[in-house]
Design a protein around this ligand. Structure first.
Ligand code: AR6
Length: 170
C-alpha cells in the first residue's frame, strides 16, 4: 500500500532511499535545510555538487548521501516568492514532480521532502502545502516504483498546514 505521511522532524535523520534538499540554483550549499544536509553529509557532498554545474529553478539533480542515513540526496531549487505572478506555483509543482521523476529513475522506493520554498524563499505555507501534497499524491497514484513519501516538517505550524492540505485532498 503506497503512502504519503506528514511527520515532524529533522530530515537529516531520516533513513530513506532519497531525501530532497531545498537547494539554490548554485547547488553549492546555503542556510536552512540545505546547510543542515551539507553539514550532516560531510564535505564529499559539496565536492560532488561542484561537478553538477548548478540547477535551474524547478529542476532536480541527484547525488549520493555520504554520511547521511539516506542513500541519495535530490537537490531542487524551489522558486523565490515574488508576489505570486511570477509562475511560482508552477515552479514549485515542478520541483516536487521533477524530484519524484528522478527518484523513480534511480529506483528509490522511499522519498522524504522538506517544505520546499517556505523558509528563506517565503512561499506562503497555505499555498505551498496544497501544491506539494497534490503533486505527490498524483505521482504516487501512478508510480510503479515509489511506495512511500514523507513530508518532514521542522515545526508544528508547517506540519499542521500539510496535514490540513492532505485532509482536504482526501
Ligand atoms: N529538516 C527538515 N526541515 C528543515 C530543516 C531540517 N533539518 N531545517 C530547516 N527546515 P529553507 P527554502 C525547514 O529556508 O525556503 C537555503 O539557504 C524550514 O523550517 O531551508 O526553499 C538554500 O541554499 C522550512 O520549513 O528553504 C536556498 O538559498 C523548510 O525547511 C534557500 O535556503 C524550507 O526552508 C532555499 O529556501
Amino acid at each position: 500500500m503506497k503512502s504519503l505521511t506528514i511527520i515532524l522532524g529533522d530530515i537529516t535523520a531520516v533513513k530513506a532511499d532519497a531525501i530532497v534538499n531545498a537547494a539554490n540554483t548554485s547547488l553549492l550549499g546555503g542556510g536552512g535545510v540545505d546547510g543542515a544536509i551539507h553539514r550532516a553529509a560531510g564535505p564529499e557532498l559539496l565536492a560532488e555538487c561542484r561537478l553538477l554545474n548548478g540547477c535551474s529553478t524547478g529542476e532536480a539533480k541527484i547525488t549520493k548521501g555520504y554520511r547521511l542515513p539516506a542513500d541519495n540526496v535530490i537537490h531542487t531549487p524551489g522558486p523565490i516568492w515574488q508576489g505570486g505572478d511570477h509562475n511560482e506555483a508552477d515552479l514549485l509543482r515542478n520541483s516536487y514532480k521533477n524530484s519524484l521523476d528522478l527518484a523513480e529513475i534511480h529506483g528509490c522506493r522511499t522519498v522524504a521532502f522538506p517544505s520546499i520554498s517556505t523558509g528563506v524563499y517565503h512561499f506562503p505555507l497555505d499555498l505551498a502545502a496544497p501544491i506539494a501534497v497534490q503533486t505527490i499524491q498524483e505521482f504516487l497514484n501512478h508510480s510503479k516504483v515509489i511506495e512511500e513519501v514523507q513530508m518532514v516538517c521542522f515545526d508544528e505550524i508547517t506540519k499542521r498546514s500539510y496535514e490540513q492540505a492532505l485532509n482536504k485532498l482526501k
